[in-house]
Ligand binder design. Sequence first.
Ligand code: SAH
Length: 199
Amino acid sequence: MRVKKKDLEIALAKVPGFKDPDASLEQYPTSAAIAADMLFNAYSNGDIEGMKVMDLGCGTGMLSLGAWMLGAGTVVGYDVDTNALAVAVECARSFGSDVVFREADVGEVDEKADTVVMNPPFGCQARRADRVFLDKAMSSADCIYSIHKAETLEFVTETATERGRRVIYNKVYKYEIPHTFSFHRDVKRTIDVVVVNIR
Ligand code: SAH
């Protein structure tokens, strides 16, 4: 085994968040704890080590770098935001990793992978922004691990079924959103998110 889950979480806690988050892009970083658990489960299922892993909406690189630490063969992260990618590139460099980050709108991504990992926009700001990510993930890879708002699990399951896919696993987590944008009324808010594995 390459790294222990706890060590993965400790290392991922060093990945910086967004410097100047953009609400319209729903820029909320995955917590190190959720990222480590999700990726470790994927690793245990044989979906990371030696595989080509693609991270759609990679932000500052949390999931990409976690996949790399778990021994992925190749990791490519895509995001539309130049500033987030600059943070990801710098962080990858400081980790000594060879993760490749590319700037593109998810709709334009034309690359295949063994496994897609993603924490896409939840579709709260732009309605159904999550559907574009799900569609792209399903047309790019046989295996997908994706984070969604727990209340949208039915929508995610239906979207997968429509494409002849199945949600074979889901796990709910508490996700703490710090006060990030002016429209946030609380210091922090906890919501339920669900990690799904689509095959
Ligand atoms: N995956 C990262 C970031 C999650 S936030 C993490 O787990 O920490 C969602 C990310 O999706 C942001 O980085 C945002 O810039 C990106 N994003 C939103 N809309 C996008 C689009 N249309 N194309 C590509 N990336 C997009």
